[in-house]
Ligand binder design. Sequence first.
Ligand code: 0O3
Ligand code: SF4
Length: 319
Amino acid sequence: MISKPPLTLYLAAPRGFCAGVDRAVKIVELALQKWGAPVYVRHEIVHNRFVVDGLRAQGAVFVEELDEVPDDRPVIFSAHGVPRSVPAEAQRRNMVYVDATCPLVSKVHIEAERHHAEGLQMVMIGHAGHPEVLGTMGQLPEGEVILVETVDDVARLAPRDPSRLAWITQTTLSVDDTAAVVAALQARFPAIVGPAKDDICYATTNRQAAVKAIAPLIDALLVIGAPNSSNSRRLVEVGQSAGCAHAQLVMRASDIDWRALDGIRAVGVTAGASAPEVLVDEVVAAFAERHDLTVELVETARERVEFKVPRVLREPVAG
Ligand code: 0O3
Ligand code: SF4
């Protein structure tokens, strides 16, 4: 028998589903129980094909815009949040809708509204075109939120009144990159107001910290997550910045570039906030097939956050 090469697999914790994703997936499942299929979902409920396919198999129909939903079927808004115009349109059409926006994204929406009510113009740090950014910017009238992505963007900002500004962020950004942008904003606009640190959520922060902890131990990092998942892509970048030159984003085990992993002695594995644990199990099993594997858990925090589903889905089904 040919012996398999030894490999230590450092499994980051926390990893995978956050409380907002857990709640959003539950909302779709409960809506299907309550109203039967089809239940429409505007945008991928979370950015993961396996989650989406699983819900589709139960009768969920995924669309990008509300005009693709018939008036007489319930619709769920994704965890990333929606511009104000979306629930407004659903109300105008008398539709049944449930908003699965993560409460930590809604918190940023409320922050933006509060600053706006005080007459401040907002600077949002985030990624152009991302649904969360579109949703948060869409809480306020056009021109009231200016988007910056980088330190260089800060130098180009031309606000209405540089002394009347507030900043907010997307929840899934790189903690370190964001700190640099915030510092640039504060240097250029000393009067700017904002959150104590940033609006990056606990789950994003914890997953990045866990990657930093395993980076010195590993030759390669695998992040399980989708290419359109902002928080997952940030985990790859955090791994690279922490010195792990070889970091791969993989949707599942079949995406692993084994050739690039040839000869390594230690690998790190984590998963984005929208990646289900079954995919982690699959990746670990794929390593176990090829290696004499030792799995070590590296736990840098324990998460106990849970969010309730909206009341309408907690009520017993009528009939
Ligand atoms: O925002 P992101 O692309 O990371 O979204 P995912 O991958 O669906 O993960 C959940 C995070 C979220 C809903 C927004 O904070
Ligand atoms: Fe909510 Fe954070 Fe999860 Fe986004 S990553 S859904 S903000 S808990």
